[in-house]
Design a protein around this ligand. Sequence first.
Ligand code: PLP
Length: 385
Amino acid sequence: MFNNKTINKFRSLATPFYYYDLETLNDTLNSLLINSDSDNFKIHYALKANANNKILEIIKHNGIGADCVSGNEIKKAVETGFNPSDIVFAGVGKSDEEIITGINTGISCFNCESLQELQTINELAKGNNNIINVALRINPNIDAKSHYYITTGLKENKFGISQNELNEIINNLSNFNSLKLTGLHFHIGSQITNFEVFKSLCIRINEMQRWFTDMGIFFEHINVGGGLGVDYVNVNKNPIPNFKEYFNIFKELLEIHSGQSVYFELGRSIVANCGSLISKVLYIKKGTTTKFVILDAGMTELIRPALYQSYHKIENLSSEGTKEIYDVVGPICETSDIFGKAVSLPFTHRDDLIVIRSTGAYGEVMSLSYNLRDKAKHHYSDELK
Ligand SMILES: Cc1ncc(COP(=O)(O)O)c(C=O)c1O
């Protein structure tokens, strides 16, 4: 993945830094677009996965829309040049200010999660002459079979509308004079690698849609959310997710009505594997039972392992010695600041360059200033040629 020329360039840069391989990003986007090619499919990229300027520009340039979960993400999408008509807005707790941002921007749809949220958007939209498009985000009670903290579609999760509240919403629909119900939305979790989960989702969406149709309620679009997982283990072998199999499931199983669009809100699967975190070894330390590699990058640059015990492949770019077992940790004053336990690495020295792979999604965008750390820079493959 990293040739000697790139590694030599890395040596001249201050660490830690995020590195983006634009060739991998472009190859991923090509595969995404080829496999989703269908008149009624529309992709909205989930900005929450990575809102780096250049990454966003490339994604926008490919004609993809934006899925935002905050007022600031809406502003960022507009600044990047996304057309408001290609922006959707999700989130379980939209503030009044964020709703007003969405209304004034003229975004295409608010994905709503509760009766009170619909009432609030309806009230805030009254002064505005436009009718606001809304979709109902349903909690389908489907297990994403992913980490519990990135599962969003179970009935105990805070996300989506439950069947109890749905009945109340339908009874109130005629009171929402400033809203137009245009869509049905689902998002059941992230890093989903078991494709059976997406099949179950299609079946559940079909049931829900029939339920609405029986009541005379029709939707212009069905939003199936994001969630497609990536291969964090065999990154070199499978840098690009299996978009073909993923989209085929929806083509084959989802009942799509005439004139209806299907929205996808993919984040991780588009950007995860184009990103790496490059770090330097500060110290090798002998513990009582463990040998530690202490890096200059920590949970402040990549919080996923500390937050969800996520796996990231770790490689030493400077050494090819015999293998040793290390715990690879960061410098932050938290015991959870661990990138990997019992990692097999070539014999590692102070100042070796270490790469943590697949950090393009939920890496830089989740960075923290904890311990008053400086913000890590980013570099792109086209700059380092
Ligand atoms: C509403 C919504 N849509 C889309 C996404 C993107 O998910 P992923 O990055 O797994 O594709 C998320 C992330 O959890 C989300 O909350």
